[in-house]
Design a binder for this molecule. Structure first.
Ligand code: ZN
Length: 98
């Protein structure tokens, strides 16, 4: 599945509900899912990690869609390497967030 296909699938599944909920409330759900992912990372439970990464991915797509962001275009920013230093692998100083 390409990123475009994934975004279209998430829109098909949740688009109506996401638009009804709105960008701010959908973003708050994403943050809640990130919190659940944080707990999964802390416990290291493999099944929980798979599920929470999947949920964060889906909610990120919902927020992107509501905000008018095309996933393919967003991913293309990394196509030639690190957007900051342009290298593969990244050679930015470790204290600079990716
Ligand atoms: Zn870099």
């Amino acid at each position: 599945m390409t990123l475009r296909e994934f975004q279209e699938r998430i829109i098909a599944i949740y688009g109506v509900r996401d638009r009804r909920r709105g960008t701010d409330a959908t973003f708050r759900w994403l943050v809640e899912e990130v919190g659940e992912l944080a707990r999964a990372v802390r416990t290291g439970d493999a099944a929980s990690l798979d599920e929470e990464v999947s949920d964060v991915l889906a909610w990120s797509v919902s927020v992107a869609t509501l905000a008018g962001v095309d996933l393919e275009a967003a991913a293309a920013r990394y196509a030639s390497g690190c957007p900051r230093c342009g290298r593969i692998p990244c050679e930015c100083p470790l204290d600079v967030p990716a």
